[in-house]
Design a protein around this ligand. Structure first.
Ligand SMILES: C[S@@+](CC[C@H](N)C(=O)[O-])C[C@H]1O[C@@H](n2cnc3c(N)ncnc32)[C@H](O)[C@@H]1O
Length: 283
């Protein structure tokens, strides 16, 4: 008889991104629990394993998210305590912005069960591909937007900046709130570092293989006037090139001619974006 184990997997942003190891884990589990964002993935999980049970019913109007997430953890653990091999599937990467997955693994390990998380394709991975962003060039910083604002996170505006959950800034109540007015607070903070006409991207990765991503390019100052969903991610491109520390360059033995220099005067790049443009994969 099994001693019971927990495997946490991700299903990617669309079903076609589900990895082979995630599929095998779902297929072979004694019990599957899932929280996914689209009907096609849900149907596929149910076909792979007839024990599959949605964690969605734990979301209830007026219920705090943290209570919902803890209920999900308890449900997952309840099957583990029956010594079953349990698979918990979450959309995207199961370890990226998912409280219940990390908590279930920690709780399972505390109780002596084998518990592992398998990596998967996140919204950020899709963004790298769809927007052609390579973190190797100038680095990349990624923050949850409310956390970014309330803790005044330090960041480098000459690096790529990715802000998650911009459709939910300051949303602490159990009911879904209209957080549009909080977008101006975000713009005010970003305008301390970028010009108001700096071009940013409101990004939605395609949830279905047949669809294109939504890539809306707008001047920074226009974010509050732009429709934003609760799965929109904001991408802010670098403002310019960071200056070189020549003492370090020499110490590392790198020839000075090999590095790109920052402009001598004002390094804040002035974008010529005046209006909005919406692009899809084919445009
Ligand atoms: C609770 S987190 C879940 C992240 C997910 N686990 C992942 O790996 O991408 C929800 C946030 O992820 C981002 N997100 C989720 N789906 C997205 C999509 N289709 N396109 C762009 N961003 C998305 C948004 O920032 C959204 O507010």
């Amino acid at each position: 008889m099994s001693k019971g184990s927990l495997t946490v997997v991700g299903t990617g942003i669309r079903l076609s991104q589900m990895t082979m190891e995630a599929r095998i884990s779902i297929e072979s589990a004694d019990k599957v629990l899932y929280a996914v964002a689209d009907a096609v993935t849900e149907t596929a999980i149910k076909k792979l394993n007839s024990t599959a049970e949605s964690l969605q019913p734990f979301y209830k109007p007026g219920k705090y998210c943290l209570v919902t997430y803890k209920d999900m953890v308890n449900r997952i653990l309840s099957f583990l305590r029956k010594r079953l091999d349990v698979c918990a599937a979450f959309y995207g990467h199961p370890g990226v912005f998912v409280y219940s997955s990390h908590e279930a693994i920690q709780q399972a390990r505390r109780e002596g069960f084998r518990a592992v998380m398998l990596p998967a394709t996140s919204a950020e991975d899709n963004l790298f591909a769809d927007l052609g962003v390579d973190p190797a060039a100038s680095g990349c910083q990624s923050f949850e937007t409310t956390d970014f604002l309330i803790r005044r996170r330090k960041f480098d505006p000459t690096s790529h900046l990715i802000l998650w959950q911009i459709g939910n800034i300051g949303n602490w109540k159990p009911e879904r709130q209209d957080c549009a007015s909080n977008l101006q607070a975000l713009v005010d903070v970003l305008e301390e570092h970028y010009d108001p006409d700096h071009e940013v991207v409101l990004y939605l990765a395609a949830q279905y293989a047949s669809c294109d991503p939504m890539i809306e390019r707008v001047p920074l100052s226009e974010i509050p006037q732009t429709p934003i969903s609760n799965v929109t991610t904001l991408y802010v491109p670098p403002r310019g090139i960071a200056p070189i520390d020549y003492v370090m360059l020499d110490r590392l033995g790198i020839p000075r001619a090999l590095v790109r220099k920052a402009p001598q005067r004002n390094s804040r790049k002035r974008s010529s974006v005046k209006g909005r443009s919406r692009h899809t994969r084919n445009s």
